[in-house]
Design a binder for this molecule. Sequence first.
Ligand SMILES: [Zn+2]
Length: 70
Amino acid sequence: MSHIKENIKTAVLERLEQIRTFLRSINQCALCAEPLTLIHEIDGETSLVKETAYCSQCNLTVREKDHSLH
Ligand SMILES: [Zn+2]
C-alpha cells in the first residue's frame, strides 16, 4: 500500500473514532459502551428537569444535567 493511501486510511479511522467517541458520550456508556438509561426527574418547585444517565452494567451514574423548563 502506498504512503498516500495509508495516510488517508489513518485519517478516516481517526475521524471514525472521533464520531464513535461522540456517539458514546451522547447515549452510550464510555466505559462499557452499553446503552445508557436516561432518567428525567422534574422538580415542580424550581421547574428544572434533572437528567441522569445511568449505566446498569457499571452501576454508575454517568452524567447529570439540569434543564430549565423556561
Ligand atoms: Zn457502563
